[in-house]
Design a protein around this ligand. Structure first.
Ligand code: NAP
Length: 291
């Protein structure tokens, strides 16, 4: 079994971006990071994004509205960033406080600055295989992990667990694209899929993105399959000082014994999501400034 090292691949991408950014004359690419309130996980995610931007030589602009911000005020803030010629990409960190309509805020981000790839225009471009669009960072990161570990999906059966617009659906659309690393036959499963294991057992490549801790067990996996574990869940663990630990959607101890390659959690898909956000921002900089 080979461990797919997301930390290593993400740091390779950061080094490539750093070299690319160093060739730019004029201002550096800039990402605006909008974090509403003080959610602990959001603070940590945004910090990682800030750190990677700095490592690459990009600038980041941290925007920290209070948790009391209204929908209209947040939309006005996004409008301001849309109009700001010094900002190439905009990320609004999810989750937003309850009363705010998250999807409406994501849609407010101008499509050409939507480096998270959630805007309907970018989802449409993904479906059309238009390379000028921005692909959501987690599924883009999954494809990059596979490509850089030499796994072509061509002719393979890819089974995606989860149908969210952020992970499952775009991952499936990428896997089915017409290119040498894709060309897969794809099945998407979700909470209403009967006899889920009958599908997962057919997967040459299994992408698990359901947010259910250690849901995928060895009896659900074809021996030799490639396993991409997207899920992030916190579970009780009495052996840890905090009493909890992070785990994925895959039961790593048993599945890793029968698969050919697997992403660990942490250290698999997560770091790739941040790296692809930076890659999208550099792409936005190039496209928006004709560099
Ligand atoms: P989501 O929007 O909640 O979607 C979950 C999907 O899983 C839904 O399509 C749901 O089906 C399906 N599902 C839930 N329970 C299921 C079950 N028992 N059997 C089959 N399907 C089931 O979540 P998401 O945003 O896609 O994220 C999924 C996981 O990935 C979460 O743990 C999240 O934290 C993690 N994640 C990680 C990263 C990263 O960078 N590592 C990035 C994004 C997300 P229905 O549609 O029928 O409800």
């Amino acid at each position: 079994m080979e461990l797919i090292d997301g930390n290593k691949i993400a740091s390779d991408i950061a080094a490539e971006l750093k070299a690319e950014v160093a060739t730019f004359t004029g201002r550096r690419p800039c990402i605006a990071l909008v974090r509403v309130g003080d959610d602990a996980a959001s603070i940590s995610y945004v910090k990682k994004k800030e750190n990677m931007a700095a490592e690459i030589g990009m600038t980041s602009r941290l925007v920290l509205p209070p948790v009391s911000i209204t929908q209209d005020e947040l939309c006005a803030l996004v409008d301001g960033l849309n109009a700001d010629a010094g900002v190439d990409g905009i990320l609004v960190q999810s989750p937003l406080p309850k009363p705010i309509d998250e999807v409406a805020v994501f849609r407010r981000i101008a499509a050409h600055k939507d480096v998270d790839g959630f805007h309907p225009l970018n989802l449409g471009k993904l479906a059309q295989e238009d390379p000028t669009g921005f692909v959501a960072c987690t599924p883009a990161g999954i494809m990059e992990l596979l490509r850089r570990t030499g796994v072509s999906l061509a002719g393979k059966h890819v089974v995606v667990l989860g149908r969210s617009l952020i992970v499952g659906k775009p991952a499936a659309l990428l896997a089915v694209q017409r290119n040498q690393w894709a060309n897969a036959t794809v099945t998407i499963c979700h909470s209403q899929t009967p006899d889920l294991a009958s599908f997962t057992r057919q997967a040459d490549v299994l992408i698990a993105a359901i947010g259910k801790a250690e849901f995928v067990t060895a009896d659900m996996v074809k021996p030799g399959a490639v396993i991409i574990d997207v899920g992030v869940s916190r579970v009780p663990d009495a052996t840890k000082k905090t009493g909890t630990r992070l785990t994925g959607d895959v039961h790593f101890p048993t599945v890793s014994k029968i698969c050919s390659k697997i992403t660990p959690m942490p250290g698999g898909v997560g770091p790739m999501t941040v790296a692809m956000l930076m890659k999208n921002t550099v792409k936005a900089y190039r496209q928006n400034n004709h560099v």
